[in-house]
Design a binder for this molecule. Structure first.
Ligand SMILES: [Zn+2]
Length: 172
């Protein structure tokens, strides 16, 4: 049984309903939205999320599975054009023991740059101090409060970042 994080109300559903201040959309699709991650561990870091409130990979429809990767590929092209990163990291977490913090499907797309301080993999698997790196323990972001403070972008910065990336999306 996969244990899900608790977040009530769901912050992603709140964002889609227009009730989240730190929220900026890069692209909308039939099944997905591509949004800026309010935690900018890397500048330009974003997520493809499902329109439906479903928690994990196991809950996705076949159509959603396809739409998510198509959207991720589109924004990856835009991130390469915008930031000329060293690499693009994509990942998603299913359950608190894999690092999931919000019980709504989100697929991370991250441009990696020199000087990044969260290692080569997803943060909870890399240098994220105190974040559940002992096998069999759930992800606990509370131990990373200082870094989270530093990487929190303002609502205005998020909007500007989203606009910049959107301007470099490939044609449909
Ligand atoms: Zn939701």
């Amino acid at each position: 049984m996969i244990e899900l994080p608790v977040c009530d109300p769901c912050d992603l559903c709140e964002g889609m309903a227009g009730r989240e201040a730190r929220w900026a959309i890069i692209e909308e699709g039939e099944h997905t939205l591509t949004v800026i991650n309010p935690w900018q561990f890397e500048v330009g870091q974003c997520c493809v999320i499902t329109r439906r409130h479903v928690a994990t990979l196991l809950d996705l429809s076949t159509a959603e599975c396809g739409s998510i990767l198509v959207a991720a590929r589109r924004v990856a092209h835009a991130l390469v054009e915008t930031y000329r990163p060293l690499g693009i990291l994509t990942f998603q977490n299913n359950g608190v023991y894999s690092g999931q913090e919000t019980p709504h499907y989100h697929h991370h797309v991250v441009p990696r740059q020199p000087g990044s301080d969260w290692g080569i993999g997803p943060p909870q698997l890399a240098t994220f101090d105190g974040a559940g790196r002992i096998r069999g323990t759930p992800h606990d972001p509370a131990g990373d409060a200082l870094r989270r403070e530093r990487v929190q972008a303002s609502a205005q910065q998020l909007v500007e970042t989203a606009q910049r990336i959107r301007s470099n999306l490939p044609d449909r």
